[in-house]
Design a protein around this ligand. Structure first.
Ligand code: ADP
Length: 439
């Protein structure tokens, strides 16, 4: 509502003129004027004091101070403002309560931290899963409560594309998956999900495959041993058995290779072969693999070139790296027709270190590329016949690279050859010590 200022001013002027006229009537007009002004000043101060007192604690009384004129209008306006502020506050509070209630009903732990990583709020599930206590933990650094170095690195890296899995610091039998979202001014919302069942199932699957493979290895060794003895005396056997014995030997060798790869994959996956931080000489390793690849190529006479532009060492598990690199190079030999060219390049750019295996072979239809690293996935089941492949090679490569903070990139087209690139982070490179020459 618009206040009528000119009416108010006229009223004050009329009052002061009245007291001046009264003074003039008694022969002291100046006193009359002064009395009018003093009364007005005193009344104004009184209203200002009432306003000040009311503003100090506006919630103490429902009604604002009553007054007339401009002051009455100010009191009413401020009262209305205060009421609307209160009602907005109520709406906001009830919304916050609703969000908190719904977050509390979640099975996932939800934690909010501020820019400095101090804990501001968390829900009941976080209290249960991570053992936080409202009475003591509010304002604490999250790293003081989740004391895992892996969590600290993940939290500070600010790259939350992939979740982090960890055991709960308070209940080690609970396996948690952490996902962090950044919001506001570098605040963070951390969601901790209980994935214990999934983790146990995954572990059971790995253990099962590992155990079965181990159990199968002994009988298979016995069978292969007998088959080899039979092959040595194959000329003494009736002709109809000879073919059978040869087929049995080929199949038992295939099974041996399969079991070896399964055991290796399960070890790499379970972290039994944790990526040891040993500086590895990639150049020496590649030259050794090239000799084996030449032997595999045999009469097919592939041209195998190694180009090295990076002479620093690669920190990692030498055995795992050898498996990964040899799988890629042997695949290039297997899937490249006789006389083809295979080029292996080890180098770096500002994105990190890269090992590229390039061939002029049969290539792969791009539709298969996203699934190639799955166990037993084959781009074309007919093409692997006779290659002796187990279907596990690229799965091994993928897991080795994961263990080394890297990833595999595949570029290929049917009939145009293939390019497999192992990417490693720059931090994995270490300077070569003068005396260090071993791989
Ligand atoms: P395999 O033992 O069958 O070679 P891998 O896991 O090593 O199993 O490879 C999976 C599939 O990817 C292969 O069956 C093959 O179809 C394809 N592949 C791998 N490397 C190459 C390559 N250099 N050129 C063409 N195809 C390839």
């Amino acid at each position: 509502m618009q206040y009528n200022w000119s009416r108010y001013l006229r009223l004050i002027l009329a009052g002061i003129t009245g007291t001046t006229l009264l003074g003039w009537y008694f022969g002291v007009p100046l006193y009359g004027l002064l009395t009018g002004l003093t009364v007005y000043l005193w009344w104004t101060l009184l209203q200002a004091r009432r306003l000040y007192q009311w503003l100090g604690n506006p919630s103490a009384s429902d009604e604002p101070p009553q007054s007339i004129g401009m002051w009455g209008h100010i009191f009413d306006s401020l009262h209305k403002l205060h009421q609307s502020h209160l009602s907005k506050q109520d709406t906001l509070r009830s919304r916050i309560n609703r969000v908190q209630d719904s977050t509390n009903s979640m099975r996932e732990g939800v934690i909010m931290t501020n820019t400095r990583g101090e804990m501001e709020w968390w829900n009941d599930a976080a209290e249960y899963l991570l053992g936080f206590r409202r009475s003591t933990d509010r304002g604490q650094y999250i790293h003081n409560l989740i004391r895992s170095p892996a969590f600290k690195t993940y939290f500070e890296a600010r790259n939350y594309a992939e979740p982090l899995e960890l055991n709960s610091p308070a209940k080690p039998h609970i396996h948690l998956e952490f996902q962090i979202n950044q919001f506001g001014d570098d605040d963070r919302l951390i969601v901790a999900k209980d994935v214990t069942r999934l983790f146990q199932l995954e572990q059971m699957r790995r253990d099962f495959i590992g155990n079965v493979s181990h159990e199968m290895r002994t009988p298979l060794t016995v069978i292969s041993g007998y088959l080899e003895t039979l092959i040595d005396h194959v000329e003494e056997l009736p002709p109809k058995w000879r073919r059978a014995i040869h087929t049995m030997q080929t199949q038992s060798s295939r099974m041996e290779a399969l079991i070896t790869d399964l055991i290796l994959l399960s070890k790499i996956e379970t972290g039994e072969h944790t990526a040891d931080q040993v500086p590895t000489d990639v150049e020496v390793m590649l030259n050794q693999i090239r000799n084996d690849a030449k032997a595999l190529s045999g009469e097919k006479g592939h041209q195998i070139d190694i180009q090295i532009t990076e002479h620093r060492l690669l920190k990692g598990d030498g055995n795992q790296l050898r498996s990964a690199f040899s799988n890629l190079i042997f695949n290039a030999v297997k899937y490249t027709p006789a006389g083809g060219q295979i080029t292996v390049i080890w180098g770096t750019n500002r994105d990190g270190a890269h090992l590229t295996v390039k061939d002029t072979g049969i290539g792969i239809d791009p539709v298969h590329i996203p699934r190639l690293t799955e166990r037993f996935y084959r781009a074309d089941p007919s093409r692997h016949q006779g290659t002796g492949g187990t279907g596990l090679g690229l799965a091994i490569v993928k897991h080795v690279l994961i263990n080394h903070d890297g990833h595999l990139e595949i570029q290929s087209n049917l009939g145009e050859g293939s390019r497999f690139i192992c990417h490693f982070p720059y931090e994995r490179l270490v300077e070569r010590a003068p005396e260090n020459t071993s791989s």
